[in-house]
Design a protein around this ligand. Structure first.
Ligand code: ADP
Ligand code: MG
Length: 394
């Protein structure tokens, strides 16, 4: 469903649930990171793009009548077929259901900025798959923030909005995420990727409007449960490498410096640093390649990124590797420029850069061969770089 169709759909959901039409509609996209993995906490670059999958909310003021209705936000979530009720007459706190905390955190952020949150009836749906590494959480947070902007008329700077959403995820969902997901969801522009410097928070839009290429998102539909422990280990290994090399973070280290320090680093720490230092470079070069529509080069950076994540950083898994191997087999002649795992690893999605007119055939081939290799159905879709958060009605 495109955004227009989604707006019609959420309007119908609101109507069905509350018996009237909504007054405001806001949406925010999920994202896929094209390149720049495990670079964010090393002060490096990432290159995400907003995808044509969205969290969308429709809302209206509650009907006049009960006093209680005037002090709360009621959110009907079509995914869990469940309603959350949040008291907004006092400072918003954590609560149940669990998913409401992403919303609560954002409301609290607005309150801390001195915004009075009005009572609302809300219907919510999302076409970003939950927990698949496409950032359904940031889409939910940024959508909430955008709805509050629409309702109160008090808009905030998109960077402030992204940071407010990130804080909500830290404080209310307990997830110590970086800034990428919320930045791209808030700042994305149609037909453009976002090169984000995680050290300075500076952003550059990178146009990708060549109609001859497409990006495929391939969800392996697996999630291996070693994610968070391994994540903490990788962070510690990167800090150790930076300390021994003598730099503030791996962002500041060159390949030369790494080689000079090699004898002082354990093999594992050396390889972790090699991935990060290489990946930061690859990300900047890939952005340049995209600007120049140099697709074979961009594809090579994607393959190189995957190899480093698999061999040096060791965050891939056999399902992600299977997808990349299938893509490599299809190859340039079959219309694939490059493919890599995307997201933290140990499952989740791959992203492939392909010739647009081959996208359907490639999708079928990857689906069939992935099923044959792993016994699992992949979920695959193509997306153009989508726009960031928008007020659709308000
Ligand atoms: P990702 O952001 O990669 O999709 P996360 O684990 O960060 O994965 O976020 C997923 C969580 O976000 C869900 O477990 C849920 O709490 C919340 N969420 C996202 N989308 C929805 C939705 N449509 N309905 C309810 N909760 C949602
Ligand atoms: Mg998330």
């Amino acid at each position: 469903m495109n955004l227009k169709e989604l707006a019609v759909h959420i309007t119908a959901e609101f109507q069905k649930h509350y018996g009237r039409a909504p007054r405001w509609i806001a949406a925010a996209p999920g994202r896929v990171n094209v390149i720049g993995e495990h670079t964010d906490y090393n002060d490096g670059f990432v290159l995400p793009m907003a995808i044509e999958r969205y969290a969308i909310m429709a809302a209206d003021a509650p009907l006049p009548g009960s006093v209680a209705a005037q002090s709360k936000i009621t959110i009907f979530d079509t995914h869990f077929d469940e309603t959350a009720t949040i008291d907004v007459s006092a400072p918003v706190t954590k609560g149940t259901p669990k998913w409401s905390n992403y919303i609560r955190g954002v409301l609290c952020g607005f309150q801390q900025r001195g915004v009075k949150i009005p009572a609302l009836d809300v219907a919510f749906l999302s076409t970003v798959p939950l927990g698949g590494g496409l950032s359904s959480s940031a889409a939910l947070e940024v959508c909430t923030a955008t709805l509050i902007e629409a309702v109160t008329g008090q808009t905030i700077d998109p960077i402030e909005k992204a940071l407010l959403a990130q804080k909500a995820e830290h404080d209310f969902a307990g997830v110590p995420c970086g800034i990428m997901d919320q930045f791209i969801s808030a700042l994305g522009r149609e037909g453009q990727l976002l090169l984000l410097d995680c050290r300075t928070r500076q952003t550059q839009l990178v146009p990708m409007s060549d109609p001859s290429v497409a990006l495929l998102v391939i969800n392996t539909n697996v999630k291996h449960e070693l994610g968070s422990g391994e994540y903490a280990k990788r962070r510690a290994e990167c800090e150790e490498a930076a300390k021994i090399i003598g730099v503030k973070s791996l962002r500041d280290a060159t390949p030369d410096q790494l080689e000079k320090a090699k004898s002082k680093l354990s093999d594992v720490v050396y390889r972790r640093a090699r991935h990060v230092i290489g990946e930061i470079e690859r990300t900047v070069h890939a952005a340049e390649g995209i600007r120049q529509s140099n697709w074979p080069t961009v594809g090579q950076f994607m393959y190189a990124s995957h190899a480093a994540l698999r061999d040096d950083y060791e965050v891939s898994c056999k399902e992600l590797d299977a997808v990349v191997e299938i893509a490599e087999d299809i190859g340039y002649k079959g219309g694939v420029y490059g493919c890599r795992m995307t997201g933290g690893g140990f499952g989740g999605c791959c992203v492939a850069l392909v010739k647009a007119d081959h996208a359907d055939a490639i999708t079928k081939k990857i689906a069939t061969e992935y099923k044959a290799k792993t016994g699992i159905e992949a979920a695959i879709f193509a997306s153009r770089p989508a726009a960031g958060a928008t007020i659709i009605k308000g």
